[in-house]
Ligand binder design. Sequence first.
Ligand code: AMP
Ligand code: MG
Length: 420
Amino acid sequence: MTGGKLIDDCFLHDKDRLRHDECLALILERLAPMTGVECLAIENACGRFLAETVSAPRPVPLHTNSAVDGFAFAHASLPGDGSALTVGSRIVAGDLAPAPLAENTAARIFTGAIVPQGADTVVMQEDCDISSGGKQVQIPSGLKPGANIRHLGEDLQKGDTLLTPGQRLKPQDIAALASIGKAEVEVRKPVRIAIVSSGDELVEPGAPLKPGEVYDSNRLMVAALLKSLPATVTNLGVLKDDAASVERVLRDAAAGHDLIITSGGASRGEEDHVVETLDKLGKRHLWQIAIKPGRPMVMGQIGQCAVIGLPGNPVAAFVCFLLYCRPAVTRLGGGAWCSPPRFPVKAGFSVANKKTGRREFWRGWLETGADGLPVAQKFNRDGSGLISGLRMASGLIEVAEEISSIDEGDTVSFIPLELF
Ligand code: AMP
Ligand code: MG
């Protein structure tokens, strides 16, 4: 299978700012799965987006078997509640065809061993008295018929669908694939992503810093964020604020990547060249979003390469990465994007004057309130250059467009960072 095709109709929004929901919907709509498919051994497939439907070729488990080490017997054969049975046979896990149970006897059985024909209940060895050198077993009273039995097909019936295309394979899915005997799966190849920062003032960490310069933190942050996604990353370093070099680097990168993520240079200043370059080389789908932080984010495409221009301020770049780059990478990589759940929690802070008409994402964390329930706290400074707030945050507090203030005790929406 080859990659798809991006939808390149122009969608300009210079004056009206796009709402967050519209922006996300547009990104998902304009982007398409672009990566090819490959067959991988399941031990190498965790974290990839699945490209096939997987169903069970046979029931799991294949045989009715014992859930514990103990004794198997027919419940109806018990002479009375709490009576004893003679132990007739012994069945271990891996015995392929145990003999049927002789009438009025019990079989010594081990976890995972096939329950013999004629038996319907297993008693745990710890729960019974064993005498006569293991030849007699006293069944405790009150044991229910059918206890400690794992039935044929109780995990999966033959033909059950386990996994569908677009699912991100988790360790548990690898276990499920192994459990049906599947050694290889068709998965999407990683998304090829180029990352680049832009700004004359940016310096690599490790180099000396002159007045007026700042260390480039966004590129390393984005590279680190991408490690949790199925992506191969080309690090293109820092772009100078001049149109010709921005153009050259973006044009070259577009040829061999599915996505370019830039940071900085996406605003309206004369020193910002990402947007004009995108317009010149390709198509701009959106720019200027009614959110804070992150307003100047831009998204478009150059040929069949998607481009996301993150804002330069590190907090805005981080938030926009979670809100828009993660869904974009998922879509390009053939995954099914699912917005993270928002948890309603009480606010442990007040905000008197939030601007309406834009959605805000505050850096926050949870504490335990006096009643034992979680309370959201907010980093108390707003600057979108303050990496300290990001460092303290374990989640984002999402504040809707129409909200103008929050009182302590109000319910707010909290999104744990791990859920993006
Ligand atoms: P810009 O969007 O280029 O106007 O940048 C906005 C602010 O973010 C400026 O203060 C930049 O110095 C800062 N900034 C831009 N890119 C980075 C980066 N890669 N790392 C840290 N700060 C940055
Ligand atoms: Mg700049």
